[in-house]
Design a protein around this ligand. Structure first.
Ligand code: ADP
Ligand code: MG
Length: 316
């Protein structure tokens, strides 16, 4: 169905909530979220219907560490429940801050978080090959114990002991997709699919079960954008532009590229998996499904990016 207003999905990177080298106190995260809310409010003020999605890496990492440290007193929770917990805490901070910012700006627009489950395929090849590092670091001895006891896959991290890796399957559908669409249609600002959504698989009888995995938030953002028939997908991270030869002395800024160009640069390995790669792949998926444009830029450039003044624009 078509949205009346132009709709945009805003995908917030980790730095929108917690910046590098910050400890992650509640005050610190709230203060980042307030700054983030200013940017989102700017987009809403421009007249866009907005769905916000966000990463949860550092938050879920802290939750897992807390579980680990308390495990002799309280039963640790599985990853799907930790993911739900992180959606709740980040959704709460965004809801409160964004409400406050919108009210101060005289914009009458309710904000709501939808706890979101993302359906993945039980036969996704990612389950055969877990690659996504999560949670605390463990010594070699602890790692060996956990591999035996829980069947976790643990990998050595250069110079830093061991870490658990989990599968990162592709998102297929959002269980709460219909709810999200209706809320957006009714004029709400919706926060959804945090951390890529809680990965669930559907049994033959239609029952859903959480799985131990992490869906990349950029892929889910593309799915969300298709779901609400968004015009734009705005990916906010910690770089103002996408570059060719990123980090090299001869790096080159990309101001604009087509889907064909993006595919070519992706094949030439300019966009590594786990950071820029998923954003570019998400952009391609959204545009090939009919989306109009994708902008990748830094959080602080959000408003300028929608007006076309900064950021890397990707279009068909
Ligand atoms: P987010 O939390 O926003 O998903 P990521 O760290 O996953 O952030 O991805 C953004 C990072 O991608 C940037 O900080 C940058 O270091 C890295 N990056 C890798 N390749 C590129 C590239 N070609 N152009 C720009 N940034 C890149
Ligand atoms: Mg990322």
């Amino acid at each position: 169905m078509r949205m009346v207003k132009k709709a945009v999905v805003v995908a917030l990177g980790g730095n929108a909530i917690l910046r590098h080298n910050e400890r992650g106190t509640a005050e610190g995260q709230f203060s980042n979220v307030r700054r983030t809310s200013q940017h989102i409010a700017e987009i809403i003020r421009e007249g866009y219907a907005v769905v916000v999605t966000h990463g949860n890496g550092p938050q879920v990492g802290d939750i897992l560490l807390r579980n680990e440290m308390a495990k002799d007193t309280l039963p640790p929770m599985p990853l799907d429940i930790c993911g739900a917990e992180s959606q709740g805490m980040i959704g709460y901070m965004l809801q409160q801050s964004l409400n406050e910012t919108l009210r101060a700006a005289g914009i009458d627009c309710p904000v709501v978080t939808v706890l979101t489950q993302t359906v993945v395929d039980a036969d996704d090849p990612a389950f055969e090959n877990p690659t996504k590092p999560i949670g605390p670091y463990y010594t070699e001895e602890q790692a060996k114990g956990l591999m035996k006891e829980k069947g976790w896959k643990m990998v050595p991290i250069p110079g830093k002991d061991y870490r658990r890796v989990v599968p990162s399957p592709r998102p297929i559908a959002l269980v709460e997709g219909e709810v999200i669409t209706r809320l957006v249609r009714d004029g709400m600002v919706v926060i959804a699919a945090g951390g890529g959504g809680i990965p669930v698989v559907s049994s033959p009888h239609g029952l859903l079960r959480g799985v131990e995995g992490v869906v990349d938030k950029d892929y889910t953002a593309a799915l969300l954008a298709r779901l609400i028939d968004a015009d734009y997908l705005l990916i906010l991270t910690d770089v103002e532009y996408v570059f060719l030869n990123y980090g090299d002395p001869d790096q080159q800024v990309i101001r604009e590229m087509t889907v064909a160009g993006a595919k070519k640069h992706l094949a030439e390995t300019h966009f590594p998996p786990g950071s820029m790669g998923p954003k570019i792949e998400a952009a391609i998926a959204f545009l090939e499904a009919g989306g109009r444009r994708v902008v990748i830029t830094s959080l602080d450039s959000a408003g300028d990016a929608l007006a076309g003044r900064v950021g890397t624009l990707i279009h068909r």
